[in-house]
Design a protein around this ligand. Structure first.
Ligand SMILES: [Mn+2]
Length: 431
């Protein structure tokens, strides 16, 4: 009889944990990705290594190719990256890859790969890198008694693995740990929208359904002048239920998490806003601040907030350029956002493509100039689409001498700038 996927996962986690245990007494190098998932995974591993008294230097990198630029020099752990470049990680030193992206290559003998896709879990929807790191580290340290179930969930939210029905698969494990420790509160129904920590309930209602509905709800519940994360869950559910009786909430209600306990910044009570905060640090070259925030160290919170303001302003500016009707082109089977001519920076082309994909319910390809020779491409596929963003990005990129990969719904590539048209032709053929 074949092993169940859970047995297989346990074996894989065991292999990863054994390697970390063997590395006691060595100094490690850790590479992690600069997005919310990578930074959360980095925080979980950093905490664990400290408990195990394994010294480590952590570097936050933009992408897989930066791992190769940094090189393998001594025992190395790679988080939220690596599955697409396994062959190139072949070296004399042991390398532990903890990842959830698509695996495209054979695993060299010096590499231990902990990727739930290897045992039949869907890395795109059921397991963020933060969750995989959490499960691995939990076999060594009692993480369920720490703040880190929250960090695992933040990574899942950051990678779009939480939807209106909550989280799935392996992501349920940190969720359950957080609930048991009473630091994570699930709410259903709740407002399923961005701004749960920065907007009041009244403002959210007004944005969704207009001032009349807000007045109607306030006449029953009193002034709705606090953000959802600051009112009790039962109260929010009552408001949401009444709201949905008055008018269609258009999918803006669902299952969501609130982080409990004293937090120095309201945004940190909301997983989605926490993810944005971390992303803002990572996108502007200050991932280490995001890493500290994810670990629950608040010393650099002001700097993180400044970076978030900057990030939001850049996104707003890009979206306003698109609203003016320039730059979104109707192509055969997808929408193209030409960030090169619109001057949309590579730091936000992914999130902008994501927003357009959700609003238009279409496959979106966003391009942005990385440097003189290279173009960054973001591919986003809507929920329920047959297209696989990860396959599109990696196959089309390979045809033009670039590199790409990712998940079913979100992927990216870096390609030679002068071969962009060719890349898009390949992509159209694949769609
Ligand atoms: Mn990830």
């Amino acid at each position: 009889m074949s092993e169940s996927r859970w047995d297989e996962l346990e074996r894989l986690l065991g292999e990863g944990a054994d390697l970390l245990t063997e590395l006691k007494g060595h100094a490690l190098r850790v590479y992690t990705h600069n997005d919310a998932d990578g930074l959360s995974a980095g925080a979980i591993l950093a905490f664990t290594l400290r408990c195990l008294e394994i010294p480590a230097a952590i570097r936050v990198l933009d992408n897989e190719s930066d791992v190769l630029k940094e090189g393998i020099d001594g025992p190395t752990v790679i988080l939220d990256m690596g599955s697409g470049i396994l062959r190139k990680l072949s070296a004399d030193d042991p390398v532990l890859v903890v990842d959830h992206h698509e695996v495209s290559e054979e695993v060299p003998s010096n590499v231990t790969l902990v990727n739930p896709r290897e045992c039949g879990f869907d890395g795109g929807t059921e397991a963020s890198a933060s969750t995989v790191t959490y499960l691995l580290c939990k076999t060594l340290v009692k993480l369920e008694r720490t703040e880190l179930p929250k960090a695992a969930l933040v990574g899942a939210y950051g990678d779009n693995q939480a939807d209106r029905r909550g989280v799935r698969g392996l992501n349920r494990i940190p969720e359950r740990d957080g609930e048991e420790a009473e630091i994570v509160e699930p709410r259903d129904p709740a407002y399923w929208t961005f701004g749960r920590a920065t907007m009041t309930v009244g403002e959210i209602v007004e944005t969704l359904s207009g001032p009349d509905v807000r007045r109607a709800l306030e006449s029953r519940f009193g002034e709705l002048d606090r953000p959802p994360v600051d009112i009790p869950g039962e109260e929010e559910s009552e408001i949401v239920e009444e709201h949905s009786r008055l008018t269609d909430l258009n999918g803006r209600m669902g299952y969501i998490h609130v982080f409990r306990d004293e937090r120095p910044l309201t945004a940190l009570k909301d997983p989605l806003e926490t993810a944005t905060l971390l992303n803002s640090c990572g996108r502007y070259g200050e991932g280490w601040i995001g890493l500290l925030v994810a670990m629950g160290s608040w010393d650099h919170l002001d700097r993180a907030k400044r970076l978030r303001r900057k990030h939001k302003a850049v996104i707003r500016e890009a979206l306003s350029k698109l609203e003016r009707g320039r730059g979104v082109e109707e192509r055969d089977g997808y929408l193209l956002i030409d960030g090169c001519s619109l001057d949309i920076p590579p730091t936000v082309i992914g999130i902008v493509s994501q927003i357009v994909c959700e609003n238009e319910d279409r496959v979106v390809v966003g391009v942005s100039r990385l440097d003189d020779e290279t173009v960054k491409v973001s591919v986003r596929c809507p929920e329920g689409s047959d297209a696989d963003a990860g396959e599109l990005a990696s196959e089309a990129a390979e045809k033009v001498g670039g590199e790409g990969g990712g998940h079913e719904r979100a992927a990216g590539a870096e390609i030679p700038a002068d071969r962009l048209d060719e890349f898009l032709e390949h992509l159209e053929r694949l769609l």
